[in-house]
Design a protein around this ligand. Structure first.
Ligand code: NAP
Length: 251
């Protein structure tokens, strides 16, 4: 009998897996047994090599998710090259920082297109396959700004609040078809997304003072939550947004 957290024989699409949280999650899924389709505009060579060292298959799929043009092809290529699609980790995302008084339409559209529009339409493309096979796991990457307002990141807050709502909506529609849809809300994780905050002495101190764990998170800290939500252990978990934040929201 399959162990509840075992992902062997499962194929996972991970977007933005060349670095940061996407890489951390991809390697955790591979360690749990999953084969990987690593989707992005920068080839995830290093992630693929590490997954292969673990004995998994890993395929690189080139795609720019600033538009939804590639979403159907991502699903088709995954199924063709890896023989199936069971798990989607909707991770690729960007952030633009500026005072709201000065925020530009370009910075609004860029973030909404990648973080919200592509997240929805890639989930839709994957779910068409998953609903037909009556099995699927979709995990969206939300944020503390799914729950809070943040500062100087209006399009990011809008996008991640939207991801929270869409996660619940998709769960409602696809739960009866064997597809679970959940999200992980990372706290403050040391990646290139947060490099500006880490480099700002004042903001860095303020952030660290508020995190009960007393440290920035590492991409590997997201692995356990991702494996859980991608596994059979989470079969009855639907529309949940799981914070992995060192206690930030508890403060
Ligand atoms: P990161 O290191 O900057 O990684 C972002 C990833 O998304 C990269 O692989 C990047 O590819 C990819 N990406 C961005 N735009 C893309 C596009 N148009 N097409 C394809 N791929 C694209 O940041 P991260 O912190 O790991 O962020 C990953 C996710 O976690 C994002 O959704 C982010 O909002 C979320 N998150 C991060 C934190 C945090 O504290 N770091 C907290 C909450 C949520 P390139 O390398 O080619 O740019």
């Amino acid at each position: 009998m399959r162990q509840p957290f075992d992902l062997s024989g499962r194929v996972a699409v991970v977007t933005g897996a060349n670095t940061g949280i996407g890489q951390g999650i991809a390697l955790a899924l591979a360690a749990a047994g999953a084969d990987l389709a690593l989707v992005g505009r920068t080839p995830a060579e290093d992630t693929a090599a590490q997954a292969r060292d673990l004995g998994r298959r890993a395929e690189l799929i080139a795609a720019d998710l600033s538009s939804i043009e590639p979403v159907a092809r991502i699903v088709a290529e995954t199924v063709e090259r890896l023989g199936g699609l069971h798990i989607l980790i909707n991770n690729a995302g960007i952030i633009r920082r500026a005072d709201s008084l000065d925020f530009t339409e370009a910075d609004w559209d860029a973030v909404i297109d990648t973080n919200l529009k592509s997240t929805f339409f890639l989930a839709q493309a994957a779910a068409r396959h998953m609903v037909a096979q009556r099995y699927g796991r979709i995990v969206n990457i939300a944020s503390m700004l799914t729950f809070q307002g943040g500062i100087r990141v209006p399009s990011y807050t809008a996008s991640k609040s939207g991801v929270g709502g869409l996660t619940k909506l998709m769960a409602n529609e696809w739960a009866a078809h064997g597809v679970t849809v959940n999200a992980i809300a990372p706290g403050y994780i040391a990646t290139s997304n947060t490099a500006a905050l880490q480099a700002d002495e004042t903001r860095n101190r303020q952030i660290l003072e508020r995190i009960p764990a007393g440290r920035w998170g590492d991409p590997a800290d997201l692995g356990g939550a991702a494996v859980f939500l991608a596994s059979d252990a989470a079969a009855y978990v639907q529309g949940h947004i799981l914070a992995v934040d060192g206690g930030w929201l508890a403060r």
